[in-house]
Design a protein around this ligand. Structure first.
Ligand code: UT7
Length: 381
């Protein structure tokens, strides 16, 4: 252990400084892809509008549960780290679409993995859940509470999507990714973060029908109604992400020029461009995959981070900035220093069960199972 002079108690006592290195990574995307043209078969929308207003071309629709996606992503992250399930001391599941609330989803992943030594918790801050989960797990490693962790960002939004509402139905998709963290003496992993929330405007993104508030209201789970003020969310998202990015860089005496890669939340290409411009970040440093997956909420930054490694965008020692926002209205920016290894140690052969339906068939089934939207609006609380 590296010994550092203690700054906090002024007594000259020496403490060990532990970091939470990111040593494994893996993603799991359900195979069925819903194109803009598919959406135009049942919504008053078109490819041109969706592409120019959001940058999105397709998104995935899951045929399995969010815990199944998270489990496969976790296995892949473990293999990339060269670790086994017995090494895992903590599982943090970041999501706002848990398939169950009690018991939580992390415990389901523990059961599927057979990772019996792991403590299990879910974290929900909507789209920022993976990043808030990364803070939670890294902090626990840094205090010594645990020595390793899997942090998952996963979402299966399609069952609660308001499929008749073109304002939201075109924007979201399903997916998952995970990272493996291990205690390290080297200064790497999550160095710092700025977390925040505009609670006073929490209503601007509300999924009515999703939560105990709606119990016994004749509103079945899944029959949701989305309250969504797109332009207000857009403005708040840009302000929150830029302010968080500036704070975390300043605190670490870094300028935007010192950042090697930016992996932002992918809710809209125009939001990403606005954040990069206002935070003075060169566009070529910004990783974008919103065209492939749309907004996968908590899975978004997790999948983007994994793909930026897979596509050779991450180099040893890089400073990576991860700005994000989500319902709440939560916002944050995380600063990661990558370690030495950019190649996975191993690969998992685990796969999802085959999907024998198209994305449009999956969505058609979900739409057929919903009550008419007008009936749901009457039940809004
Ligand atoms: O992770 C958090 C999730 N939230 C977000 O990411 C939301 C952030 N906000 C946004 O990304 C954008 O505000 C949207 C993509 C949601 C909307 O883009 P916009 O440029 O702000 O469009 P708008 O809301 O001003 O709508 C412009 C027009 C409207 O028609 P009128 O009133 O001008 O006739 C909408 O009804 O576009 C219409 N419109 C659509 N047209 C075709 C809205 N959605 C669609 C659609 N297809 N899917």
């Amino acid at each position: 252990m590296m010994l550092l002079q203690c700054q906090s108690n002024g007594l000259g006592v020496q403490h060990n400084m532990t970091y939470a290195a990111i040593t494994g990574w893996g993603k799991c995307l359900p195979p069925a892809a819903l194109t803009n043209a598919d959406l135009a078969t049942f919504l008053d929308t078109d490819d041109e509008w969706i592409k120019t207003r959001t940058g999105m071309q397709e998104r995935r629709i899951s045929h399995v549960s969010v815990s199944d996606l998270g489990y496969i992503a976790a296995l892949r992250a473990l293999a990339a780290a060269g670790k086994t399930v017995d090494d895992v001391e903590l599982i943090v599941f970041g999501s706002c679409t848990p398939d169950q609330i009690c018991p939580n989803v992390a415990s389901r992943v523990q059961e599927l993995l057979g990772a019996g030594r792991a403590a299990c918790m879910d974290v929900n801050t909507a789209c920022t859940s993976f990043l808030y989960g990364l803070t939670t797990a890294s902090s626990m490693l840094r205090t010594g509470a645990v020595k390793s962790a899997i942090v998952i960002g996963a979402e299966v939004i399609s069952p609660i999507m308001d499929w008749d509402n073109r304002n939201v139905a075109v924007l979201f998709g399903d997916g998952a990714a995970a990272v493996y963290l291990e205690a390290s003496d080297h200064k790497e992993g999550l160095l710092d973060q700025q977390l925040g929330c505009y609670g006073e405007v929490r209503d601007i993104l509300t999924v009515h029908g999703w939560g105990m508030k709606y119990a016994n209201q004749e509103m079945q789970m899944g029959n949701s109604y989305w309250q969504f003020e797109g332009q207000e969310i857009f403005k708040r998202a840009v302000v929150g992400m830029v302010s968080a990015s500036n704070s975390v860089l300043e605190r670490n005496q870094l300028s935007s020029r010192d950042v090697d890669l930016v992996v932002p939340h992918q809710a809209n290409l125009r939001i990403i461009d606005a954040v990069a411009k206002r935070a003075d970040i060169e566009p070529e440093k910004v990783f974008v995959n919103v065209h492939r997956y749309g907004n996968m909420s908590a899975a978004t930054v997790a999948v983007a981070l994994v793909e930026s490694i897979e596509e050779g965008r991450v180099n040893p020692g890089d400073h990576i900035l991860l700005p994000a926002f989500g319902g709440g209205l939560s916002w944050c920016a995380h600063l990661i220093k990558w370690g030495e290894r950019i190649q996975p140690i191993g690969q998992s052969g685990a796969e999802l069960p085959a999907c024998n339906k198209t994305a449009l068939e999956l969505v058609d089934e979900l739409r057929a199972s919903k009550a008419p939207r007008t009936a749901l609006q009457g039940l809004m609380i």
